[in-house]
Ligand binder design. Sequence first.
Ligand SMILES: [Zn+2]
Length: 399
Amino acid sequence: MSAVVPGWRCRWCRSDRGTVVLDLGAQPASDLFPEPEAPAPDPVHPLRMVMCDRCRLAQLEEDPTGPEVPRGVEPAALVAQARAGVADLVAGGLLGPGTWAAEMRSPHGGSWLERVQEIVPDAVLLDGHGTVPGLAADLVVDSLGLMHEADQRAAWDLRLDSLAPDGVLALHVHPLSVIVRDGTWNALRHGHFAYYSLTVLVEMARSTGLVPVGLWRYPLYGGTRLLALAREGSEPARAHAGSAGELVATELAAEAAAGATEPRAVAVLQRQVARSAAALRDWLDESTGKVVAYGAASRAVALFALAGVTADDVLAVVDASPAKRGRAMPGGPGPRVPVLGADILAEVRPDKVLLLVPDLLDEVRSAHPEVEGLGGRWVVAEPEPVEVEPLSRDRGRRR
Ligand SMILES: [Zn+2]
């Protein structure tokens, strides 16, 4: 573990003392999908995660790349996640008829407001509200948005400005403790400025006068949390802070046991980086037949770069997003891996389809029965390649 670059300041508490807990070296920008003929190698930038010594917020040390461009399509998994989150807020008594709801936008897509409209028909949606502070909302939803804010202090202020006195701020996050447990080091990306343990997130909330009023867990990305917050002494706090406090205390105890705010415990991610890259390299070298990958996700960029993946290993990456099609994965020397549409699955008849976005397994599998129908196999790439057992014929027919 090494020290931070000179001039570094914590994105939350402004301390100048931090510890590097994960260092991926120089990496291409994660939103760069170059033209196939663009000269290689692509420009690279340092990619390091730092934990602040004072407030223990894990964060991107520096980001010389531009803002992340939302090019992806919205996977069904994120729509289902939004629906589940909104339903839980309703069941928890935090979202009811006539609610004025606003949303902080996230490049990960998955509008929760559309789900609010589905489930709470007379809700008033303050569209575009995230950029218009000063309008008070009863519910401010932020799904994976806060992490994209370079200045965490300013980002919290914006959310507080948007919140009515008895309003609820619902934060959906992928906690650092889950990232560490699962070894999903490639959560570290340019454009992702903060990686929250629940411990730090609750502390950030408390310091702005908010207390937990609800907490839910979901299986997305190996485990996400929806943390609902309200002003201390507000109506939702009086009704729900007691029960939510108990749920939060249980989570924080588990995080303390796992060392979620200890640089040394988080730095185990570094070991998984080499393991993942080597495992993918070995798997590709040992694979016979045609290999196609699925999901030109930004999380795959560093993995491909570290494993030195070229078009000699992977014929193409299939992606559902029209904006990415016809482009290529960023990378170093060697032939670029093109990004193509799903129609090539039937044409190429790959022996293996390397899935770069594990959460999509169920939906891509049912969307593309031709893969297994033609004798191919799905392989989940992370943290190390694992071949998925084929569905039996009977089960396949029922799906
Ligand atoms: Zn700090």
